[in-house]
Design a protein around this ligand. Sequence first.
Ligand code: PEP
Length: 249
Amino acid sequence: MRKQIVAGNWKMNLNAAESQELIDALKAQTFNDGVHVAIATPYVHLAAAVDQTAGTSIDVAAQNMHQAASGAYTGEVSAAMLEGIGVKTVILGHSERRAYFHETDALLAEKVNAALENDMHVIFCFGEELEDRKSEAHFDLVTSQLTNGLFHLNASQWANITLAYEPVWAIGTGETASPAQAQEMHAHIRAVLAAKYDDALAQSVSVLYGGSVKPANAKEIFAQTDVDGGLIGGASLKAEDFAAIVNAF
Ligand code: PEP
């Protein structure tokens, strides 16, 4: 059975005290046992978050990392540095990284390799812009993001990959893909994986949906056959809302 996962992406929000407060509030929530829960905090809060969540089922993730092992890359953080403070998961390819920091599929492929070399788990984000959907290029676009970012991996490396389909037009906009639109794309993603690898691999990879998931719509989205959870932005900043989403399974 595929892993069900709900990951919160805090983005560039919350100071140290607020981060601590939110983690305390999350620790006071009851989460559905079967669901893997992760929170991606800003870099500066990661070490404290790892300490604060020790002994709980909450996994702490980074929102990004550099592809090089070390060197003259001012302002950057490597996989080994993350791994060294106990961070075992990293989000790569978020649409905000692609749009504002010009991260390409080729660069993301390098980042994925660096993360896997350091035994980290990757939540790999991808998804189409509104224009792609309007011009009905969304399936091709998603296929090419997967092909160029991930299809150099061998089958065994996929054990450390979770996919997060996030239509860019639904991120932070209040606009959600309908459950049917999410299912249609998730089924496409699995078909593309099966064609490149095989059906067993395609059925084993968790594929999350991201884009304005809230307590009110999570149940319907998570009920789709090929949706294995969510990557949650805005609603992950409120413990009750995040817990309600986790418990929507
Ligand atoms: C995200 O940042 O990955 C995201 C899905 O944001 P939101 O839930 O706010 O749309």
